[in-house]
Design a protein around this ligand. Structure first.
Ligand SMILES: [Zn+2]
Length: 234
C-alpha cells in the first residue's frame, strides 16, 4: 500500500531544486555531499557543468568552449542552456543542488523562468549562516603538521608540546598563507556583498532557509536535512 502511494507521489512531483549558499569555510561541500547521499540529489556547480558540457560537445557546450578559449566570460544564456540540458538528463531525476549559480538576481530570474518551463521552482535556497568574527578566529587559527598532515588549531586543538606534532613528532607546522585573519575577513565581506541581493530575492519568494552553520558538522547536517525535507514535502 505504502509503496504504491510513494510511486504515485514521485510520478506527480517535480524533482526538488535547491540552492546552497554559504561563505568559504562554512562547510558547503560537506553538506552538499550529505544531501547527495541522503536524498539522491546531484550537486551541480557551474564549473563542473561547463566542463561537462564542453566535453560532451553539446550545442551550448560548443558555445561555452568558444567563449572560454577567447578568455571571455560565459554568458547567462549559455549557462542557462547548459542547465536546461542537465536538468532534463536522467541522473538528475531525484533533484539537484545548485552551487555557484545563480550569483546575481538577473541570473536568479532567468533560472526561475527556466524552471517554470518544466513546472519546477526553487524549493529552497539554503543559506549557511556564520558568525563572521568566530569564523575568522576558526579559520585563521588553523595549521597542520607539514610531515603527516595532522590538523591543529591555536585555540581548539593545540599539540601537547608547542610546535611538535602529537602524531609523528615532527616540528614542521605549516599555515596556509590565505588563512590569515585579514584575508579571511576580506573573503567573508566579499561573500556577503555578492550574496545579499540573492538572500533578499529568495526571502521575498518564501524560499529562503537560514541555517546556523556554526555548530558541528552533524548538527548542521540534521538542520539542513530537516529544511530540505520540509521544503520538498508537497
Ligand atoms: Zn605530524
Amino acid at each position: 500500500m505504502t509503496e504504491s502511494k510513494t510511486t504515485a507521489n514521485v510520478a506527480t512531483l517535480a524533482p526538488p531544486v535547491l540552492i546552497l549558499l554559504g561563505p568559504p569555510g562554512a562547510g558547503k561541500g560537506t553538506q552538499a555531499r550529505m544531501l547527495e547521499k541522503r536524498y539522491g540529489l546531484v550537486q551541480l556547480s557551474t564549473g563542473d557543468l561547463l566542463r561537462a558540457a564542453v566535453a560532451e560537445g553539446s550545442e551550448a557546450g560548443k558555445a561555452a568552449d568558444k567563449v572560454m578559449k577567447s578568455g571571455g566570460l560565459v554568458s547567462d544564456e549559455i549557462v542557462i542552456a547548459i542547465l536546461r540540458d542537465r536538468l532534463a538528463s536522467p541522473d538528475t531525476a531525484k533533484g539537484v543542488i545548485l552551487d555557484g549559480f545563480p550569483r546575481t538576481t538577473v541570473q536568479a530570474e532567468a533560472l526561475d523562468e527556466l524552471l517554470a518551463e518544466s513546472g519546477q521552482k526553487i524549493d529552497a535556497a539554503i543559506s549557511l549562516e556564520v558568525d563572521d568574527e568566530a569564523m575568522v578566529h576558526r579559520i585563521a587559527g588553523r595549521y597542520t603538521c607539514g610531515e603527516c598532515g595532522e590538523g591543529y588549531h591555536d585555540s581548539f586543538k593545540k599539540p601537547k608540546v608547542d610546535g611538535v606534532c602529537d602524531v609523528c613528532g615532527a616540528s614542521n607546522m605549516k599555515r596556509r598563507s590565505d588563512d590569515n585573519a585579514e584575508t579571511v575577513a576580506e573573503r567573508l565581506a566579499a561573500y556577503h556583498k555578492q550574496t545579499a541581493p540573492l538572500i533578499t530575492y529568495y526571502e521575498k519568494r518564501g524560499a529562503l532557509q537560514r541555517i546556523d552553520a556554526m555548530g558541528s558538522i552533524d548538527e548542521i547536517a540534521t538542520t539542513v536535512s530537516r529544511a530540505v525535507a520540509e521544503a520538498t514535502r508537497k
